[in-house]
Design a protein around this ligand. Sequence first.
Ligand code: AMP
Ligand code: ZN
Length: 112
Amino acid sequence: MDCIFCKIVAGEIPSTKIYETENVYAFADIEPQAPFHAIIIPKKHIKCADEITAENSGIIAEIFEAIAAISKQENLKDGYRIVNNCGRDGGQTVGHLHFHMLAGRSLEWPPG
Ligand code: AMP
Ligand code: ZN
């Protein structure tokens, strides 16, 4: 499968690791939109939020446990934003489910 995030998990494309568990990998976004910008993904390919089912939804809990651990690891005490883009209108450009974690500056709300 031609998926850049699967290739990152496989080590075929380099990444800057931020955090890792058995099923979750977090790495630095190559085009950071904030002083801290991590991408958190399931190691197993899931296309987007639409593909979450009763069978695979446990990974979402694992991802959010990873996010809480990253917050502590990186000392993000002033807060952060979690973003998930799904599909064309959601602005998803990589078809492997991922969550952005943005911190280090005040973020506008609502987003553009
Ligand atoms: P999205 O637009 O929500 O699909 O987000 C995809 C994100 O992946 C963007 O913020 C990109 O900058 C990031 N990205 C794409 N390729 C890489 C890469 N090789 N390493 C790190 N981040 C990447
Ligand atoms: Zn993938």
